[in-house]
Design a protein. Structure first.
Ligand code: FES
Ligand code: FES
Length: 156
C-alpha cells in the first residue's frame, strides 16, 4: 500500500502491522519510539492529519491516504542543505530532557497544540502534555519547553 509520510509517498508491505513498526522497520523513521505498546505512554505519537495519535494503536492500512508526520518531518531543509529546526524542536534543545525516550511524543503533541492554540496558557500546556508519560519525571522541563516553543513560533 501507499503511505504519505512527511510529505512523501512510500510503498509499504506490512499494511496490517501497527504503524509504529511500519515507520521504524520499513521506512527507517526511528524517531518514532516504542514504549508500552498498549496506547498508555504516548511515546509512539505521530501526527495523523494534524492530530496526535498513538502509532502502536492503528495499522498502516487504517491510516489510508491521510498524511502522517513524524519527528523527522518537522525540520526544514533549505536548498543549500541548511537545516532549520521546528520551533518546538528548538525549544526542546534549549530545555533538554533526561533520557529523551518520551521526547518525540511530546514534541509532536506540542506541534499539534500550537497549531490549534498559538498562545497556550500554563493549564493548556499541562493538559496537552498530560497523556504522554515521562518516566524520568521531566514534566516541568516539558512544560517550559512548550511555553518556549510558543514564544519562538510567534517570533517573526
Ligand atoms: S508505545 Fe504506543 S502508547 Fe506506548
Ligand atoms: S526524559 Fe526519559 S522518559 Fe522522558
Amino acid at each position: 500500500m501507499r503511505l504519505l509520510v512527511n510529505g512523501r509517498q512510500h510503498t509499504v508491505e506490512h499494511a496490517d502491522e501497527p504503524l509504529v513498526w511500519v515507520l521504524r522497520d520499513e521506512l527507517g523513521l526511528i524517531g518514532t519510539r516504542y514504549g508500552c505498546g498498549i496506547g498508555a505512554c504516548g511515546c509512539c505519537t505521530v501526527l495523523l492529519a494534524g492530530e496526535p495519535v498513538r502509532s502502536c494503536q492503528l495499522t498502516a492500512a487504517e491510516v489510508g491516504d491521510r498524511p502522517v508526520v513524524t519527528l523527522e518531518g518537522l525540520a526544514e531543509r533549505g536548498a543549500d542543505g541548511t537545516v532549520t529546526l521546528h520551533p518546538v524542536q528548538q525549544a526542546f534543545v534549549e530545555n533538554p530532557l533526561q533520557c529523551g525516550w518520551c521526547l518525540p511524543g511530546h514534541v509532536l503533541t506540542a506541534v499539534a497544540l500550537l497549531a490549534r492554540d498559538p498562545d497556550p496558557d500554563e493549564a493548556a500546556i499541562a493538559e496537552a502534555a498530560r497523556p504522554n508519560l515521562c518516566r524520568c519525571g521531566g514534566y516541568n522541563t516539558i512544560k517550559a519547553a512548550v511555553a518556549r516553543a510558543a514564544e519562538l513560533a510567534r517570533e517573526p
